[in-house]
Structure formats: C-alpha cells, structure tokens
Design a protein around this ligand. Structure first.
Ligand SMILES: *[C@@H]1O[C@H](CO)[C@@H](O)[C@H](O)[C@H]1NC(C)=O
Ligand SMILES: *[C@@H]1O[C@H](CO)[C@@H](O)[C@H](O)[C@H]1NC(C)=O
Ligand SMILES: *[C@@H]1O[C@H](CO)[C@@H](O)[C@H](O)[C@H]1NC(C)=O
Length: 388
C-alpha cells in the first residue's frame, strides 16, 4: 500500500465520519470542564459571541482579581490540550497554581460550541466557511475583549500553541498591543513553507479542487475513536508515516509522552475544524508567505478582498511583545520557518527566544518534561511583562 493510498483512506474515513456527525445544535462534543472539576479546581464556563455571530465556549479556572491569562489552542485541538496531563504537569493548572486567573479559548467549529449565525447551523456549509483567518480576525479579538471586560483587566496575557500563535500574529492589530501584556508563542507558526510532515506535504501536492471534492465544503472531523483505531493500521503498513503522525500528535521523543494517558488524550483530540482551515494550511505549505486564504480565482479573491490575490499578513507591524518557544524537532513549526518569523517581527518585539533542541510540536502541551523544561520560562516571561 502506498503512502498516498493510506492518506486517501484516512480522508475517506474522515468523510464517513463527517456524514454521521452532521446534525444541528449539538451540545459540546467533549466535556472539558470535567477535566477541571475532576482535578479539584473551580470551573466557570462562558459563551462569547463573535462580531459575525458565532458563539464560542470558554472555560475558566477563576481567580478573581488576579492577572488574567488567555490560552489559545492549535489546529484540530481544543481547550483540553492545556489540561490533559496531571495537574502539576499541565500548563492550565500550573498557571492557576502560580496565581493567575486562567481562561481557555475554543476556536469556532472545534466542537465546544455549535452555534453559528442565524441560518448557519453546522449542517450548513455556511457555518464552515472559515479558516484561521476568521479565528484571528473575529474569534481571538472577541475572546480577548470578553476576558478584559469580565475581569476589568487593562491588560491580559496571551498564550498560544501552534495555530493559536497564528491567531495572534495575524489578528493582533497595532492598537491591541495596549491590551496584551505579552504573547507566549509555543511552537510558533506563521508561514509553514518548510513543513516537514508527510501527510501535510502529500495533501499539499493534491489540487485544491480534488481535496474539496473528496472532503466537501463543510466539517473536517477526524473522529478520535476512528483515529485511535486507524493509527495502528497505518503503523502496520507505513512505518515512517506512522512515526510522523505520532511525532505530530504526541511529540517526537516517545519517552516524553505518558502512554497510559492516551485514553484521556484521545477522548479530546482531535477536534473538528473546517475543511477550509485545512485547505488554508495546504496553501501555506505551497507559499513562502504568511497570507490570507486564497479563494482560488481572481473574481472570488476580488469579491472577498477587493484585490486579485490574498493579502499578506504584515509581521513587521506586530506591535506587541512576544516570547518564542520553539522545538528543534518540530515538523510543523519547522525551525527554518520559526527563524523566518523572528526575522520578520520588529527587533524589539521578541523579548524571549527559547529553542528546545529535542522538542516536537505537541511536546509543548503534552510532553512529560514541558513542566520542567518550558513552563518555568513561560512563567518568567509573564512575570517580567509590563501589566500596567
Ligand atoms: C505531581 O503530583 C504527583 C501526585 O499527584 C506526584 O507524585 C509528583 O511527584 C508530582 N510531580 C511534580 C513534578 O511535582
Ligand atoms: C501518567 O498517567 C497516569 C495515568 O493518568 C498517571 O497515573 C501517572 O502519574 C502519569 N505519569 C507521569 C510521569 O506523569
Ligand atoms: C477597491 O480597490 C480599489 C482600488 O484599489 C479602490 O479604489 C476601491 O475604493 C476599493 N473598493 C472598496 C469597496 O474598498
């Protein structure tokens, strides 16, 4: 069986899952709050409405009056990502224990809230007409504003992983710098041109039209139960692809994951997103720039952007302060692309730049040594930030 066949099979399974799961007005697909209460921490849940009418569920471990931090998960992920390890190993709990008021964001379409604008429920293609552009321009600002308004904070801290860092790099307008004390960018991603990941590169090579024909224009949902069943089969026939998937999902240093915790992990991961979000990443692998979604034709781009090509995001205009936390073995936030990102940001924006040679993409959230290796640096970044 060729690698391509395996990928096509995976996509086919994703499609079947899609058909099964397309029903309206579902409750949150997973109970992330249970991870918080189960560990004995206080929980609040808040619904935040975006300017275009999506409702986003945020979980909070409240510490009223304390400095507020907003954590934003990555691609096909959810707020659970900050909470799946033991409390003293998971960044969400560690931040609370360190005295912060901790807020967890969920991007549109990730299964935590299924409510879209009127007439666009999840069974309609219009619900899924988004990529990380809209997470950056609409979800992130709505959640930042909500957290600030609810807590009365002048400034909050922003912690992103992977796509959650793209949302900051693409979405923070120069005027927002005043409301963000500092951005901690874990496995930072802007352009993904050097992505070194078989499945991504293979999909990137397929014509966009085909991918849309296979997957449709709606939800991209790799059902966790399907993935945990499919993965051993993929590993049986394609050792190197299997390694790459495990490396992406779990970190490349297998000694660094708690395999006995996999059942908890796969209860929450992966989360759904839109096919358009996946296509936007596919486009990213094919371009050397950090740019908005390409609608595929001059007329469609003009209709959306009033220009023939997608606009570029201007990293040189980034007005905030950021700490970069990157892994030498990260195949998605490839070290070459992270170096490029750093070179594009204003010199005085990068206040911390840590490279951990052995860490892969997911190690920053799930790695067993993240709490000893990375999180003390994140806490130091927050502590040194200007919150006034
Ligand atoms: C984390 O907590 C467990 C018990 O809940 C304990 O055995 C372990 O030593 C703790 N680890 C750290 C790094 O504090
Ligand atoms: C791994 O997960 C199991 C099950 O939750 C837990 O009992 C154990 O303490 C974890 N090991 C480490 C090193 O965190
Ligand atoms: C579209 O772009 C043209 C030329 O750049 C400009 O003159 C026009 O005002 C723009 N239209 C809108 C609606 O922004």
């Amino acid at each position: 069986m060729t690698t391509l066949t395996v990928v096509m099979l995976t996509l086919a399974v994703a499609m079947v899952t899609l058909a099964v799961s397309a029903s309206a007005q579902r409750p949150p697909r997973t109970d992330i709050g249970a991870l918080i209460t189960g560990a004995g921490y206080p929980l609040e849940e808040h619904y935040v409405t975006t300017a275009d009418g999506y409702k986003l569920l945020m979980q909070r471990i409240p510490r009223k009056g304390a400095k507020a931090v907003y954590l934003q998960h990555g691609l096909v992920d959810s707020a659970a990502t900050w909470l799946v390890n033991e409390p003293n190993e998971s960044l969400g709990f560690i931040l609370y224990d360190a005295g912060y008021d901790v807020w967890f964001g969920n991007a549109r379409g990730n299964g935590q809230s299924w409510e879209g604008p009127p007439g666009c429920d999840p069974s309609e293609a219009c619900f899924w007409a988004f990529s990380w552009d809209q997470m950056a321009s609409l979800d992130m600002p709505a959640m930042v504003a909500y957290v600030r308004a609810t807590t009365g904070s002048g400034k909050i801290g922003y912690i992103g992983h992977s796509q959650g860092t793209m949302m900051a790099f693409a979405g923070l307008e120069p005027g927002d710098a005043a409301s963000i004390a500092v951005v901690a960018a874990l496995a930072p991603v802007a352009r993904v041109y050097h992505v070194d990941l078989g499945p991504f590169k293979l999909v990137a090579d397929l014509p966009t039209k085909w991918v849309y024909e296979i997957l449709g224009h709606g939800e991209f949902n790799l059902d966790p139960a399907t993935v945990s069943k499919l993965l051993p089969a993929v590993c049986e026939v394609e050792k190197s692809l299997c390694n790459e998937i495990v490396c992406l999902v779990a970190g490349c240093d297998s000694a660094n994951l708690n395999k006995t915790r996999f059942d908890v992990l796969f209860e929450y991961f992966p989360s759904p997103t839109s096919v358009q979000d996946i296509i936007h990443f596919k486009q990213g692998v094919n371009t050397e720039t950090f740019q908005a979604y390409d609608y595929g034709s001059v007329s469609a781009n003009v209709a959306h952007y009033n220009r023939t090509t997608p606009p570029l995001y201007n990293l040189a205009a980034f007005a905030g302060k950021v700490g970069l936390f990157s892994g030498g073995r990260d195949k998605l936030a490839d070290p070459t692309d992270v170096a490029w990102l750093k070179s594009q940001l204003p010199l005085d924006a990068v206040v911390m730049d840590k490279i951990y040679p052995n860490l892969g993409h997911a190690d920053f959230v799930w790695g067993l040594n993240a709490h000893t290796l990375v999180y003390p640096d994140v806490l130091a970044l927050l502590k040194a930030a200007d919150w006034e």
